[in-house]
Write a protein that binds this ligand. Structure first.
Ligand SMILES: Cc1cc2nc3c(=O)[nH]c(=O)nc-3n(C[C@H](O)[C@H](O)[C@H](O)COP(=O)(O)OP(=O)(O)OC[C@H]3O[C@@H](n4cnc5c(N)ncnc54)[C@H](O)[C@@H]3O)c2cc1C
Length: 417
């Protein structure tokens, strides 16, 4: 069996690699260990409810998304830009972006969670993020996000009650040790785009990317056991190729390419509950400003009613880690999530749990030049995946495009204009 290029892994990075190569006339085969495409971006249906594999959102401002994806076809459902935070005072505070929810401007302005000085600093931070040149972010000094917030005058209660709970779910860590450069890009995407859910679930994104490939490109259920220059060995035999792209998650990439520098991964677990009467009808992420174990909770059906098969509502609540010692059990998560909304949760029914041990890559300083790790390893071996760029959907898509370009250069094939 032979192909011009074999890609290992049909996550976002592998799918984008394959698409760019095929557009340049290259014959590509993608071998995927799982039974479906998408990797970490996955969706199941349970009792008719749409359950993503963990709480994930699609930010419409990701440049790679706009380039590689037909966003309109995903029928995106937007969150309200902002968050509701249960503060240390026990009250529920609503902080929404006044530019995008003008009707709420006074409510946000008068809310007491942030001091007037912190609100001003937040407004200035958001304006710089929205309007600034992203290259400036990369040129500035790099520090931890916690230190960056302090430099911006947003330490103290603003960090503890707003940024820490909000960013913990994005970074997969509560210390805010993540690079200030990545924080800058995340904040830019928050201020410029909308956080959304595709009406049929997050998996609609990789399904769309896969549908654009030539029929038969992706072969699921094929675990690759070893790669070498020009060769890929799976359980069903060996493929030869002029180039091999390893587009797996970081631990699998390290196993296939010993010595590859890959980041550590953080784990997240999301609990799904169903209820008759939702604790809120607002399409808004809810956070615990008191530092409890539930990082965020959202009534998903308030964002995307299509996540439910009927009149009932679907709630997702996310915690760090995987079930085991020191991890809150489901009844405790349900109780704590209800408390964030300041509502009882006794009537919520547990529908499912998404345990994702390898969810988000760590991204602490010092980060690589322009936030990019090499994708060309020499001898016709290439690597793609979010661990080559930023730990995000954007990073995975960009890495796939970069790997495809590097392959085309090696094969001496001109890329698309
Ligand atoms: C719970 C959760 C929430 C997230 N939330 C967000 C969010 O809100 N916004 C955002 O931008 N990003 C988010 N992310 C991150 C984002 O989903 C990832 O950065 C991105 O999907 C990574 O894509 P990838 O193609 O690099 O890797 P993966 O998705 O990990 O794909 C790798 C593929 O390789 C396959 N594979 C592995 N080993 C082998 C082998 N030996 N042989 C064959 N195939 C193999 C795997 O089965 C998998 O399909 C979230 C991730 C998780 C888990």
């Amino acid at each position: 069996m032979a192909a011009d290029v074999v890609a290992v892994g049909a996550g976002l990075a592998g799918l984008v690699t394959a698409r760019h190569l095929q557009r340049s006339g290259i014959d590509v085969t993608v071998l995927e260990a799982g039974s479906t495409v998408g990797g970490r971006v996955a969706t199941n249906t349970t009792d008719g409810f749409v359950l993503d594999r963990g709480f994930q959102v699609l930010n419409t401002s990701y440049p790679a998304l706009r380039r590689d994806v037909d966003l309109a076809a995903l029928d995106l459902r937007p969150f309200t830009a902002g968050a509701a935070v249960r503060g240390a005072d026990g009250a529920l505070h609503r902080l929404v972006d006044p530019r995008r929810a003008p009707a709420q401007v006074w409510r946000t302005a008068l809310d007491g969670l942030l001091s007037p000085a912190a609100k001003l600093a937040l407004t200035q931070l958001s304006a710089r993020a929205a309007l600034g040149d992203p290259r400036q972010l990369l040129a500035g000094p790099e520090r931890s996000t916690a230190d960056e917030l302090a430099v911006q005058g947003l330490d103290g209660p603003a960090t503890e009650q707003f940024f820490r709970p909000l960013l913990a779910g994005v970074f997969g860590e509560r210390e805010l040790a993540t690079s200030s450069r990545f924080f800058g890009l995340v904040w830019r995407s928050f201020t410029r785009g909308a956080s959304t859910l595709p009406s049929r679930g997050m998996a609609a994104l990789p399904v769309q990317l896969a549908a654009r490939l030539a029929p038969g490109t992706v072969r699921c259920g094929q675990t690759v056991l070893g790669v070498a220059p020009g060769r890929v060995r799976s359980g069903t035999g060996e493929l030869t190729a002029r180039a091999v792209v390893v587009a797996t998650d970081p631990p699998s990439a390290r196993a296939l390419l010993p010595g590859l520098d890959v980041p550590l991964m953080r784990s997240l677990t999301t609990y799904y509950h169903v209820c008759e009467h939702p604790p809120t009808r607002l399409p808004l992420i809810h956070l615990d400003g008191g530092g409890g174990p539930v990082l965020s909770t959202t009534v998903l059906t308030a964002v995307a009613p299509s996540y439910s098969p009927d009149h009932r509502h679907l709630i997702s609540s996310t915690v760090f880690g995987v079930p085991g010692a020191g991890h809150p059990e489901e009844p405790e998560v349900r109780r704590l999530a209800g408390a964030i909304y300041r509502e009882g949760s006794a009537g919520w029914q547990h529908l499912g749990t998404a345990i994702v041990p390898q969810s988000l890559c760590t991204f602490t300083p010092p980060t690589p030049d322009r936030l990019r790790r090499t994708v060309s390893l020499g001898d016709g071996l290439f690597v793609a995946g979010d661990h080559r760029d930023t730990p995000s959907i954007q990073g995975a898509l960009v890495s796939g495009r970069r790997a495809a370009r590097a392959v085309l250069r090696e094969l001496g094939v001109p890329g698309p204009a």
